[in-house]
Design a protein around this ligand. Sequence first.
Ligand SMILES: Cc1cc2nc3c(=O)[nH]c(=O)nc-3n(C[C@H](O)[C@H](O)[C@H](O)COP(=O)(O)OP(=O)(O)OC[C@H]3O[C@@H](n4cnc5c(N)ncnc54)[C@H](O)[C@@H]3O)c2cc1C
Length: 455
Amino acid sequence: MSDADLIIIGAGPAGMAAASIAVQGGMRVLVLDEQPRAGGQIYRNVGNGAPRGWLGKDYAAGAGLVADLGHPNIRAEFGATVWRVEVGGRVIWSQGGISHISAAPHLLLAGGAQERPTPFAGWTLPGVMPAGAAQILMKTAGLLARDAVLAGSGPLLYLIAAQMIDAGAPPKALVETQTRAMMLRALPSLPRAVLALPTLVKGVGLLQKIRSAGVVRHTGAAAFHAEPNDKGDIAFSFTAKGRRHRIETPLLLTHQGVIPATHISRAAGVRHRWNHAQQAFEPIVGPWGRTDQPHIHIAGDGAGIAGADAAQAAGALAALDILHLAGRIGEDSRNQRSTAPRAALTRARAIRPFLDAAYAPSPEILAPEGKTIVCRCEEITAADIRQSVAEGANGPRQVKTATRAGMGPCQGRMCEITTRGILAACGTSPSPPRARTPIKPITLGEIASLQEQNA
Ligand SMILES: Cc1cc2nc3c(=O)[nH]c(=O)nc-3n(C[C@H](O)[C@H](O)[C@H](O)COP(=O)(O)OP(=O)(O)OC[C@H]3O[C@@H](n4cnc5c(N)ncnc54)[C@H](O)[C@@H]3O)c2cc1C
């Protein structure tokens, strides 16, 4: 007995856009999201609590999508963590310590992205955290980091810096790893990026805001090192323009871009490939979001990084295709109604090759060395992993067996991609690591509580 005609995992821009289109076609939709409310990463907590104008108008624009989830044919469950996805449409999710089984003929995975881990000496110290995590605190609790240093690479770093400036808590410094060579490699993609001119203009605007706020900016930085100082803060040192620099800060916020969160799609058995430009694994999806698994579509940053506008458009396209596959609309109607989202997707994606090249993750972060911790859960270092490779491990599974890297509570979310980077640096080209159920940590009680839901 199906609970819905379509189950959507993830209430970010992709999932919300898809839900809205699907119900317009008469479908009953079940939306599951582990966050307390809709919004995903970009629109996290939008419309809830005190307005935070300093998060910007793009953020505020998400309120409309969230409101559309109020449709009577949408059942949205929050605080609902999906930990198992089965081909054939069964989904197992936990909420408030109780597990539930839901089923539907169609499944849309819209689980989004995660921040790329940024391993360097000292990244696990108190006082060092991902910049995206700090932004989550800004969105959910209005918490602002004071005198923080932002370090790494990627457009999100500029956005967070600008939001901090507008909130009256400008960062102490911006330390960026992108080099002149990366910028030169990106130049050939600039003409195509002009298709997404508003995004380009927004980026230039963020940089101007950072400059006019007088934030110290270093580029071409490398050899990151963090250690505690005698005041309990962080002493952050790095090399830039041939000189060693040292900055003391209560909070070091790191970022090297975002990567597709693929545990759910890998556990669902969807085929994946290595995206060299984005230095990440991604599921293989067709132009409508179809995968090699029957009735599983994927949309949004979980299918490859392209940003919120692309996620929204891809969600709409996937929903139109699902309506067609379910016999709710004909092929012509699907194709006609896809014109606008298809054009929006093309525009949003046009800037990716430029951004991927200009803000490529730093090689030191991709394949660290020495005592740098790679697996935070099990405290496995880069040297341990390189040793296991020297002793014959030639893939992620052998490295995991030999070192326990990836066997902790995060199930490899913080280390898999680095292990892959080290394996590649040692001359192998690893296949995507397998992901097993449960894809999120759950208690034995939650397994024991499994009960069939009767709609
Ligand atoms: C930390 C972070 C901050 C970001 N901030 C911005 C920003 O301010 N501006 C911007 O333009 N872009 C931002 N991005 C980029 C962001 O990926 C895209 O802008 C956009 O949100 C992608 O939309 P999406 O619908 O694909 O996924 P998301 O918006 O990420 O939504 C995916 C949803 O799926 C849910 N989910 C995932 N797995 C499960 C599961 N197993 N069970 C239940 N629910 C699940 C998540 O809780 C999430 O709500 C950020 C990315 C990250 C990682």
